[in-house]
Design a protein around this ligand. Sequence first.
Ligand SMILES: [Zn+2]
Length: 324
Amino acid sequence: MMRLQSIIGQERPIRFLTQMLQKKSVPHALLFTGIDGIGKQTTAVAFGMALNCLSPVGESACEQCPSCQKVVSGTHPDIIIVKPEGAFIKIDQIRTISRQLRFAPLEGRWRVVIINDAHAMNLEASNAILKILEEPPKSTVIILTASQKTDLLPTIVSRCRQIAFGPIPYEKVSETLVELRGLDRQTATTLAVLTKGSLGKALSVDGEKWTIWRKRLLEQVASLSTRSVQPVFAFADTLSRDKDKLFDALDIIMTWFRDILMCKVSPERIINKDCAAEIRNALQGRSINELLEKMEAVQATQTAISRNSNPRLALEVMMMRLLK
Ligand SMILES: [Zn+2]
C-alpha cells in the first residue's frame, strides 16, 4: 500500500512526482498542500521509497528490497519525519535536522526530510528551515506539508515546488470504506461526503457509532420547537461540551437543512438518505427562504466559533434561529 501508484485519489500529484523520477530531476524542496487526511505524508514517504528503491520496476518501488522494507517498517535512516511536538515544531527539532544534513545520506541515494504540518513551525524554526533551503544539501529533498501555502513564510514557499493535493473523490473514499471497514454503501457514502474527501478522517471514524450519533443529532434538530425552549438550551449545552465533535456536528446540522432544500428540487441528491422520510416530513410548510436562513444561521455559528466566540452562547443564538 505504500507505492506511489497505490495512493488513492491523487492522480495529478502522483503524475508530477513520477515525472520527476523519470527525468531524474528532483527539486531540493517540495511543498504539498491540502486538507488533512488526503495522503500528503503517505505520498512523501512513498516518494522517498521510490527514490531509494534498489530494484525499481520502471518508476515504481519494488516494496521487496532491503531499502523498501526499511521504509515500510519506518526504520530507513534517510527518511526523516518531523512533526509538531505539542502545538509547534520547535527550533531544536530543525537544529537536529540541520546537523544531520551536514553528512551524506547514511544508506540511501537520497535523504528525504518530511516536515509535516510545516505551518506549525514557530518563527525561529521557520527561519532555520529557510537557511537550509537557501543552501540546499546534496542528495536531499525536503518535503513540507501544510493546509495552504499562505500559512507559511512567502520566502519558504518561493523556494519550494508546490504540489496541490485535492480532496479525494467521494466515490473513492466510499469504496475504500466499504473495502477496508466493511461499512454498508450508504453509511460509507454519507461519511465520505461529511468528511469532505478526507480519507484519513473517514477511516478514523467508527462507522456504526458515528451513524447512531449522526441520527440522534438529526432527530434533535428535527424536534427543535418553540413549544418548549428548555430542551433547546440543553441541546446547545451538550454540543458545546464536546469540542472535538463540535465542527462535525455543525456540518451535520447543515446537511439537514441542505437536504430539506434539496428534497424540494432533486430528492435523489440528499446526503442523509437513511433519513429520507424524516426529511420529506420536515419539508412540509417550509419556504426556500426559511431554509436558506437556517443554513445561514449554522454557517454564521461555524464562523463565530472558529473565531473564538464562546461556543455555548453562539450555539444558543443559533438554536433560537433554527426554531420553527
Ligand atoms: Zn525496492
